[in-house]
Design a protein. Structure first.
Length: 147
């Protein structure tokens, strides 16, 4: 038996190799098919495409602003900003940006007390404290000299 005889198409080793290669390809295809079927049945899409559930939205999920409002209501309408960070687990930056946006929409008031912000819902403001934002609105910003 010489080496060139091995590469002839009717040689038994070539036929075994072709059958083995075909069997391996069939197993790979079957594995991929089973993975895709399992992913489809369990609701875990294998690609990053949005599922129909994600497009519609979950009615049980509330917005961040609504969550903060509920948190404030559960604490008599007021909390320090650092307490909101602690309660939500969000970053200081995220909380600060959200509270500024909510204040701009008149959903709450930020009252500066030293180096801290007291966050207060409308109707819960202490009478002796005012928001720097509301003061700026009353007097104009920058403050007008009255000339």
């Amino acid at each position: 038996m010489c080496i060139p005889d091995l590469f002839q198409s009717d040689h038994p080793l070539v036929l075994i190799g072709m059958l083995g290669g075909g069997l391996i390809l069939a197993l790979i295809a079957a594995s991929i098919g089973m993975y895709e079927l399992r992913s489809h049945l369990t609701g875990n899409p294998s690609d990053d495409a949005a599922s129909p559930q994600e497009e519609v939205g979950d009615p049980n999920i509330i917005s961040d602003a609504t969550y903060v409002e509920q948190l404030l209501l559960n604490h008599d309408g007021k909390l320090y900003q650092r307490e909101i960070v602690t309660e939500t687990g969000w970053s200081k930056s995220k909380v600060s940006m959200l509270l500024s946006e909510m204040e701009a929409n008149d959903l709450l008031t930020k009252i500066r007390l030293g180096r801290e912000n007291l966050i207060v819902l409308p109707g819960y403001e202490p009478e002796h404290l005012t928001s720097a934002r509301n003061t700026d609105r009353e007097h104009g910003w920058p403050f007008e000299s009255g000339e």
